[in-house]
Design a protein around this ligand. Structure first.
Ligand code: SF4
Length: 224
């Protein structure tokens, strides 16, 4: 079976978007070239050999950090079955750097539901039943464009917002979809970094546009 680069696995409560409140196991894959200035997981950006370690050490580190390992799907699924939760959230880094169809198949055969969180800048290669959350990262330092295919595949579009130009970015992205495609998705605004001004802008715009508000509740609760 193919291998994937893993940064961390932890069990917690999903804090944002459609699955807020769901007990979840978070699988953070290593590697991201997108380059968001405000990224809070910069330790997951590089496949740096100096920080490559074993699966056991990645599991034992108990938190984030730059260490990562290559792992077999079989090894990962066997470990995931030791947790209570049966909802998997695949994140990163940018998890869509990788073809995840085999991983999704192995998870589903073992009774897990799957959600993936992606920037929308790479083709989404997951199972048909995986819930895809696209959190579009527009005009970031890495120079990647948001793909039409990712927007079309998204079950929810969760747009980070701090200022009105972010609303305009989202309008431009949604304009690339048909009315039916937009109607089939839940559209969220998520204030960046819990800033009060961003939160108020998100609230006002959600009411005006009939979009949904996504709050990073795990940050308010101070849980991972
Ligand atoms: Fe960080 Fe995600 Fe942006 Fe990558 S896409 S830089 S992991 S916020």
């Amino acid at each position: 079976m193919s291998q994937l680069p893993l940064n961390e696995i932890f069990e917690s409560i999903q804090g944002e978007g459609s699955f807020t409140g769901a007990p979840s196991i978070f699988v953070r894959l290593q590697g991201c070239p997108v380059g968001c200035a405000w990224c809070d997981t910069k330790h997951s950006w590089y496949l740096d050999e100096a920080h490559q370690t074993s699966f056991d050490e990645v599991i034992a580190k108990g938190g984030d950090g730059e260490s990562w390992c290559y792992t077999d799907i079989e090894e990962m699924v066997a470990h995931l079955l030791t947790y209570q939760a049966r909802h998997i959230v695949i994140s990163g880094g940018e998890p869509c750097l990788y073809d995840l169809k085999d991983f999704c198949a192995a998870l589903e055969v073992n009774g897990f539901s799957i959600q993936i969180e992606t920037s929308g800048t790479f083709e989404v290669k997951v199972s048909d039943t995986t819930h895809v959350t696209v959190s579009p990262k527009v005009a970031m330092k890495g120079g990647y464009e948001i793909l039409d295919s990712a927007l079309v595949r998204a079950n929810e579009i969760k747009h980070p917002v701090a200022m009105s130009r972010h609303i305009e970015e989202l309008d431009a992205l949604l304009a690339r979809l048909t009315a039916e495609q937009v109607a089939s998705k839940k559209v969220y605004l998520q204030p960046i970094s819990q800033q009060a001004r961003a939160t108020q802008l998100a609230i006002d715009t959600c009411i005006e546009r009939n979009w949904w508000l996504s709050i990073q509740t795990h940050k308010y609760l101070a849980i991972q």
